[in-house]
Write a protein that binds this ligand. Structure first.
Ligand code: SF4
Length: 355
């Protein structure tokens, strides 16, 4: 995998870019004016490992709620603003850690300067970027439609508007819901800018198709060393976005978070409810504090051998269950006690590995 080597941008106490880990972010789906629900969602996201959270700011009341949210948020907050420069200024006054806005939408150069000056004075970075659905008519005409070049030119125009105001604390995105288009656009963009890149597939869809599309798009880019922060956009609860983001990072061996459950696909040899047990283990040990790989295998004939690299494993047979470590059987038990016995083994594993 190639290195990223982008500029480092600081969002509150979280650094994006350079050699920092790929940061996981999400977006709240509550009305921002509803401070209580929004904070509840932010806390849930932070617990899942979300490191930055974006909030939509559709109006003045939402912007004015940011101060209260910021005060209690366990992670840096990002204000997402579309056209109204006044909302950006209020968000900055309220202490947000980052802005998502396109200066091209603000239009008036004086207002753009004002935002750049106020953001710079506070050390607040700005994410700019293009979206396939909102390219200008000029760019669409020039390129004959939505192309990687069109997306990149649009993003570069946004960057220029900030650079002209001596503002370089920038994160960039070029999003589309087409996976190939997104990949091509980010490849082109990363060859032209050194700013950290926010990557994702926009409007990816509902949980399963959206996760697959996101995993392919984000995964290919990350594998090529492109991308400093990711957001998985799903029509689902935002904690699912964070969960999927970590599965993507874990699959590429870029980041780990707690347990990793692997399980066999089951076949005629299996007399063990692999799926049910794997789900139970995922749920029960989701907050396990150390990185540990647990294998759930359908049979003891092939299971321990196939999963001998897993830290701990469990395999079923006709009337018993075995627990193994690195392929070697350490315990025999019954189906009913299997998860309990696994828990004991995990405790032992924790004792040995936390020192
Ligand atoms: S571990 Fe056993 S049950 Fe699972 S796929 Fe392999 S042979 Fe089949």
């Amino acid at each position: 995998m190639m290195g990223r080597g982008t500029k480092v941008v600081k969002v509150g106490n979280v650094e994006i870019g350079g050699e920092n880990p790929v940061r996981v972010q999400s977006m709240t789906k509550t009305p921002t004016v509803d401070v209580k629900s929004t904070l509840r969602q932010i806390r849930m996201l932070a617990k899942k490992g979300c490191e930055l959270v974006r909030l939509g700011i559709p109006d003045k009341d939402s912007a004015l709620a940011l101060g209260k949210i910021k005060k209690k948020s366990p992670i840096p907050i990002i204000a997402d603003i579309h056209f109204d420069y006044r909302l950006a200024l209020i968000a900055l006054e309220q202490g947000v850690d980052k802005l998502r806005l396109n200066p091209g939408n603000i239009k008036n150069p004086k207002h753009i300067s004002l935002i750049a000056r106020e953001a710079k004075a506070r050390g607040v970075p700005i994410r700019v970027g293009s979206n396939a659905g909102s390219l200008s008519r000029e760019i669409l005409e020039k390129y004959g439609g939505v192309t990687p070049e069109a997306l990149v030119e649009s993003a570069l125009n946004e960057i220029k508007l900030l650079e002209e105001n001596d503002f370089t604390d920038i994160v960039v995105s070029v999003k589309a819901s087409s996976v190939p288009l997104t990949i091509q656009a980010y490849r082109l963009l990363s060859s032209q800018v050194k700013y950290p890149l926010h990557i994702g597939i926009t409007e990816a869809g509902i949980l399963v198709p959206g996760s697959v599309r996101s995993a392919i798009g984000i995964g290919i880019l990350l594998y090529e060393g492109i991308g400093d922060t990711i957001r998985v956009s799903l029509s689902a609860s935002p904690d699912k976005e964070v969960e999927v983001a970590y599965y993507i990072l874990e699959s590429l061996e870029l980041r780990r978070r707690g347990i990793k459950v692997i399980s066999c696909p089951m076949c005629a040899r299996s007399h063990f409810p692999v799926e049910k047990v794997a789900k139970e283990i995922e749920k029960k040990f989701k907050d396990f504090p150390l990185n540990v790989t647990i294998a759930v295998m359908g049979c003891e004939v092939n299971g321990p051998g196939e999963a001998k690299w897993a830290d701990i494993g469990i395999a079923g047979s006709n009337n018993r269950v075995i627990i193994f470590r690195y392929g070697k059987i350490v315990k025999e038990t019954t189906w009913e006690k299997a998860v309990l016995e696994l828990e004991k083994e995990l405790e032992k594993w924790k004792e040995v590995n936390s020192n």
